[in-house]
Ligand binder design. Structure first.
Ligand code: HEM
Ligand SMILES: *[C@@H]1O[C@H](CO)[C@@H](O)[C@H](O)[C@H]1NC(C)=O
Ligand SMILES: *[C@@H]1O[C@H](CO)[C@@H](O)[C@H](O)[C@H]1NC(C)=O
Ligand SMILES: *[C@@H]1O[C@H](CO)[C@@H](O)[C@H](O)[C@H]1NC(C)=O
Ligand SMILES: *[C@@H]1O[C@H](CO)[C@@H](O)[C@H](O)[C@H]1NC(C)=O
Ligand SMILES: *[C@@H]1O[C@H](CO)[C@@H](O)[C@H](O)[C@H]1NC(C)=O
Ligand SMILES: *[C@@H]1O[C@H](CO)[C@@H](O)[C@H](O)[C@H]1NC(C)=O
Ligand SMILES: *[C@@H]1O[C@H](CO)[C@@H](O)[C@H](O)[C@H]1NC(C)=O
Ligand SMILES: *[C@@H]1O[C@H](CO)[C@@H](O)[C@H](O)[C@H]1NC(C)=O
Ligand SMILES: *[C@@H]1O[C@H](CO)[C@@H](O)[C@H](O)[C@H]1NC(C)=O
Ligand SMILES: *[C@@H]1O[C@H](CO)[C@@H](O)[C@H](O)[C@H]1NC(C)=O
Ligand SMILES: *[C@@H]1O[C@H](CO)[C@@H](O)[C@H](O)[C@H]1NC(C)=O
Ligand SMILES: *[C@@H]1O[C@H](CO)[C@@H](O)[C@H](O)[C@H]1NC(C)=O
Length: 344
């Protein structure tokens, strides 16, 4: 193809993608070619100081995508009129890495003002975190736009609880168009990171009227957890346990081995061996690191496409914790306002 024809062809493809509202690998190739590497540098720098930000960012992307789609609604601050997602019980105070997204956003804004969405930055940052903790790499389709609404009540309603059983987990993911197998695959993210005592207290105290401890939890491990976690722990009690006690800092398949050995920390972790089809997936993942890692990458890409805003929907936020139109972020403002419609 001659250069002008090629250019026309590329522009035509870009238009098609926009019309169909799809994300594209390399969406910022022309408009901000350094975007992905600037995010990677910000994440790598933060990780070098505190390795906990990697699990934090992977979880943050999940919590973003499960509430109004991957639109960076999880990053918005509460206002006088509105309690935002990040202040809901599943996020506050356990969600971490907000300052890393802000640092990445500052670097990207300096290079290409008002071009790269916070939702894409979060998706890139989660990918970079998987690379840093498990050498799991994948390309992230981008072109997401940022939402203008963030409601704590929706976080509570859409983020699965750690006390969920297999049926509840399957339904929660099915509601986001993710299969039971993808739910098991993505639960492998619990191969890194931590949980506050309050998230597994139900398993170690007052489990039932016949047994103080959940019988599906290793009793030796339960003793260890009881020594660590006071019975009056709340989500604000700053005591934590690793989600994967075998290789707590490596994003690998040892989480599944732990579940096989009744070392799953949360009710929802151990629930993966309570149904035959889920249990088979746990065994497959435990037996083949390569197979799980590639399924994990695919499932992360799929999760990253839940209900995304594209084209002229939403906005490109300037500051990831406030909406452009004045920092309100309550229902009824923002989306589609003429001043926010992209001109590209
Ligand atoms: C299957 C349903 C899931 C439930 C019920 C669940 C629940 C939880 C809970 C309760 C915590 C600990 C929070 C705390 O107390 O500090 C946690 C941590 C975490 N979750 Fe999940 N989760 C689920 C799925 C996922 C998925 C799909 C991902 C990502 C793909 C994910 C990534 C993480 C990570 C990385 C951590 C550690 C966070 C950190 O160290 O800061 N989880 N999860
Ligand atoms: C961006 O460039 C990469 C590498 O050349 C290519 O794979 C990708 O398709 C490009 N994306 C767009 C939207 O141009
Ligand atoms: C390094 O991590 C600690 C927490 O572990 C945090 O308090 C501090 O602000 C971080 N410093 C930088 C420069 O990111
Ligand atoms: C959003 O809230 C965080 C945490 O309270 C705070 O550090 C940050 O400055 C706030 N951002 C804005 C733009 O007000
Ligand atoms: C939000 O609260 C501020 C003061 O806290 C008030 O001035 C404003 O009118 C409120 N907006 C709405 C839409 O309720
Ligand atoms: C993965 O991380 C390493 C170490 O920071 C870096 O050198 C490499 O470029 C990253 N790979 C990808 C695909 O991001
Ligand atoms: C990371 O994975 C790539 C293949 O995806 C491999 O070539 C490389 O050696 C791995 N790096 C490490 C540090 O294991
Ligand atoms: C799972 O939890 C739901 C809601 O509490 C309950 O109705 C259902 O019976 C439970 N299923 C199993 C298999 O325990
Ligand atoms: C998810 O649940 C909501 C609210 O119950 C419902 O409106 C929506 O259709 C469900 N989506 C899917 C894909 O099941
Ligand atoms: C267990 O439950 C009993 C009865 O509901 C209650 O009195 C007791 O305080 C509980 N203990 C703990 C450790 O939560
Ligand atoms: C223990 O709980 C079960 C249901 O969880 C109930 O059927 C049974 O009556 C209870 N027994 C006592 C002694 O409270
Ligand atoms: C929680 O229990 C511990 C002892 O297990 C006690 O030292 C502490 O004061 C209690 N905290 C609260 C807030 O009740
Ligand atoms: C593990 O999975 C990979 C990729 O799916 C496959 O090529 C390989 O044969 C599997 N290894 C075993 C031992 O099953």
């Amino acid at each position: 193809m001659s250069p002008p024809v090629k250019l026309f062809f590329l522009a035509f493809l870009a238009l098609l993608a926009e019309v169909h509202g799809q994300l594209q690998i390399g969406f910022y190739n022309q408009s901000c070619p350094t975007a992905e590497s600037l995010v990677q540098q910000a994440v790598a720098a933060a990780f070098a100081n505190n390795s906990g930000i990697a699990p934090g960012l992977i979880r943050m992307h999940f919590h973003d995508c499960f509430v109004r789609g991957c639109d960076a609604s999880v990053l918005l601050n509460s206002t006088a009129n509105n309690t935002a997602e990040r202040d809901a019980a599943p996020n506050n105070p356990s969600l971490r890495g907000f300052e890393v997204i802000d640092a990445a956003k500052s670097a990207v804004e300096a290079a290409c003002p008002q071009t790269v969405s916070c939702a894409d930055i979060l998706a890139f940052a989660a990918r970079d975190s998987a690379n840093l903790t498990g050498n799991i790499t994948y390309q992230v389709p981008s072109g997401r736009r940022d939402g203008t609404v963030s409601l704590a009540s929706e976080a509570l309603a859409n983020i699965p609880a750690p006390t969920f059983n297999a049926t509840q987990l399957i339904n929660s993911f099915a509601n986001k168009s993710l299969t039971a197998d993808e739910m098991v695959t993505l639960s492998g993210a619990h191969s890194i990171g931590i949980s506050h005592c309050a998230s597994f207290l139900n398993r170690i105290y007052n489990f039932s009227n016949t047994s103080d401890v959940d019988p599906t939890l290793s009793s030796a491990y339960a003793d260890l957890l009881k020594a660590k976690c006071p019975a009056n722990s709340t989500r604000f009690t700053p005591i934590t346990a690793s989600l994967d006690i075998i290789t707590p800092a490596v994003l690998d398949n040892m989480y599944y081995t732990g579940v096989q050995l009744t070392l799953g920390l949360l009710t929802s972790d151990q629930a993966l061996v309570t149904q035959a089809n889920l249990s088979a997936a746990v065994n497959n993942n435990a037996n083949n690191l390569t197979a799980w890692a590639s399924k994990f990458a695919l499932a992360m890409v799929k999760m990253g496409q839940i209900q995304v805003l594209t084209g002229t929907q939403g906005e490109i936020r300037t500051n990831c914790s406030v909406v452009n139109s004045g920092g309100l972020g309550y229902v009824g403002m923002g989306s589609g306002h003429p001043s926010e419609v992209a001109t590209s």
